[in-house]
Structure formats: C-alpha cells, structure tokens
Design a protein around this ligand. Structure first.
Ligand SMILES: [Ca+2]
Length: 206
C-alpha cells in the first residue's frame, strides 16, 4: 500500500495538476462603430485616454486584437479578468456602466456582462478573477485567441451626463495545463468534454 500511495503521488505530480498560468494582454484594435473617441488610447497605460460622453441611450464600443498566443492549445481556460483603468467626470445618479466580454464565434455574438463602476479619481477596477468565466461554463483556447473581445458601455439619465475616460484595458486569462484532479475519474472521457451551453444575450449594435 505504501508504494501504491507513493506511486499515486508521483503520478499526480507528473501530471502537473492545478498548475495555473496567466497570460495578460492589451487590445490592439477597436471594432468598427465604436462610440468612444480616441479609442486607440486604451492600448497603453500612459495617461492618454479614450473618451465616451454618456447619453440617455446605452452606447459604447468593443476592442479586440488581444494576444493570447502563449496559451497552449490544450490548456483549460479557468478564469478571465478585465482591468479597466480610468475615471468618470461625475458619479451622477441614474448612470449605468457595463463591462462585457464577447465570444465572437461562428457568426453568433454571445456577450457576458458585469455591472461597471468608476470613481472620479483615476483608478483601476478589476472585473472577474482567476476562477470567473463570466457566466459561460467554458471557453475554448480558440475562442480566447481568435474571437475574444471586450466592451465598455454606458448610459446616463442624469441632467448633466458624465464623461467616461479610460486610459487602459488589460485582460488576463488564467488557464491550467495537465489533467485537473477532479477530472481524473473522467480520464477516459476527456475527449468527450465539450462546450456546454451558456446563457447570454446577443447585442445587435454598439
Ligand atoms: Ca492610454
């Protein structure tokens, strides 16, 4: 029994269980129809900012061109974090911000949202975590590499509508390699794992 236990621990170690790695990237392009002005200013944190004057109608924009080429093709995506560095001209009531991630794949446009917040002093707000898939049960590496987008949207019914300034957007994707401990029992069935259905809404416009 002793040797069996040693063997099993060695096997677990060799499988590199739970080794979580992070890949971070900024966007490198904006989608057509982006309502933000100077939208290329979110590519670097250098105090040059994209600007969005909110209105009573929800508008915003999306960014893409993230570089996650370092993620191995057989990795398991376990978390997505979006860091937004910026500020807003006022925290007027009836103002709503939304941070979204998109999987723009195969013509569909699944979008996963979080309620945004921003103070009048420039700061970095973190959305998601190393274990948050934003309501989607799974993301494939291909979706992350080829179809991932981030959106920032906002609206305000305040008399004086705020202006939202964003200096930098950085996305960190967390992934594991090897066989997760909780999948050992499903070892023979791993090839049958597939993307489960996700709840999402389709956004038609920016
Ligand atoms: Ca910037």
């Amino acid at each position: 029994m002793k040797y069996l236990i040693i063997f099993l621990f060695s096997l677990l170690a060799s499988l590199n269980m739970n080794a979580q790695t992070a890949a971070a990237s900024a966007a490198s392009s904006a989608t057509i129809g982006n309502f933000w002005t100077s939208n290329g200013n979110v590519y670097e944190s250098e105090n040059l900012r994209a600007v969005h004057s909110l209105s009573a109608e929800e508008t915003g924009g999306r960014w893409k061109g993230f570089n996650f080429n370092s993620i191995p093709s057989d990795a398991s995506i376990v978390g997505i974090e979006v860091d937004v560095e910026g500020y807003i001209s006022s925290t007027a009531p009836e103002t709503f911000l939304t941070i979204s991630v998109f999987d723009y794949n195969s013509g569909s446009y699944p979008q996963y949202n979080k309620t945004g917040t921003q103070s009048t002093a420039e700061s970095t707000i973190t959305y998601g975590s190393n274990s948050d898939l934003w309501g989607c049960s799974s993301w494939t590496v291909s979706e992350i590499k080829s179809y991932f987008e981030v959106g920032l949207f906002g609206m305000s019914e305040a008399k004086t509508e705020p202006v939202w300034y964003v200096d930098y957007i950085e996305v960190t994707v967390y992934y594991t390699t090897g066989v997760p401990v909780n999948n050992i029992a499903n070892w023979k069935g791993m090839n049958t794992l597939s993307k489960a259905s996700c709840s999402y809404i389709n956004r038609i416009s920016n």
